[in-house]
Design a protein around this ligand. Structure first.
Ligand code: SAM
Length: 230
């Protein structure tokens, strides 16, 4: 993968960035996403944020190699702290991390969201953490996508400001994804459910401590939820 040939996953994330947006890509790694968006003339200004020195240096190297230093500023820092008010950022992408980490980055950086209109998140796991954060913080889901690439399944959640409330199933599975129930969605939740059933089977053979009992109850509840949607 590079900024010429972006992964299907990041191409899908890029498709939700509006033309002319001022973007902050948090956890940018090689900065492929902002480079791709600038090269394709969808945006002309982006901040690429990275908390780890190695990926930060890769991002710097790539931006330089592509001659995009006037368009993309690479900054080393934790989460949204790389965003400065004068940047005028209106769109944030956070992709390729767990949902709880994405939600904690948004929570910790809440004060940096003032001028931001759209958040595009791509959690690798536990997307529900982002839905919970959205409801608690005045954001609503305006679109969702699920896709499979190299046998891995990814979800994308697009948020804008607004009050939303989701029921238990929508929170867990995603309001748009649940409504669509695409073949990839069904495959994802069948996989998860099979795994939970496998763990449950092995716990049935384990001892009978209170901890094991609680774990089994949690698994049964999750399996029951999946059973209601598939
Ligand atoms: N966003 C790219 C993508 O989707 O292909 C890279 C994903 S990579 C798996 C996750 C990146 O997020 C890593 O480079 C990691 O260093 C960075 N990261 C993790 N926590 C971060 C944080 N709190 N602030 C900024 N970057 C972070």
């Amino acid at each position: 993968m590079n900024s010429d040939k972006l992964s299907e996953r990041l191409t899908a994330v890029a498709s939700y960035v509006e033309t002319g947006a001022i973007l902050a890509d948090i956890g940018s790694d090689h900065a492929y996403l902002p480079c791709y968006l600038v090269r394709n003339k969808k945006i002309s200004k982006a901040i690429a944020g990275e908390v780890v020195k190695g990926p930060f240096e890769s991002a710097m190297k790539n931006v330089k190699k592509e001659g995009l230093e006037n368009n993309i500023i690479v900054r080393l820092g934790n989460g949204l702290e790389v965003i400065e008010e004068s940047d005028g950022v209106d769109t944030i992408t956070i992709a390729g991390m767990g949902g709880p980490l994405i939600a904690s980055i948004l929570q910790e950086g809440n004060t940096k969201l003032d001028g931001v209109k759209r958040l595009i998140t791509q959690p690798n796991i536990h997307a529900s953490s982002i839905r919970e954060w959205a409801v608690e913080n005045g954001w609503t889901i305006i679109d969702e996508e699920i896709l499979k690439e190299d046998s891995k399944i990814y979800e994308i959640l697009v948020l804008e400001r607004g009050q939303a409330s989701y029921d238990e199933l929508e929170m867990k599975f995603g309001p748009y994804l649940l409504n669509e129930k695409s073949p990839v969605f069904i495959e994802k939740w069948k996989r998860e459910s099979d795994e939970w059933n496998r763990i449950l089977d092995s716990l049935e053979k384990a001892g009978a401590t209170e901890e094991i009992h609680q774990r089994k109850e949690q698994l049964r509840k999750k399996i029951e939820l999946v059973g209601r949607v598939l």
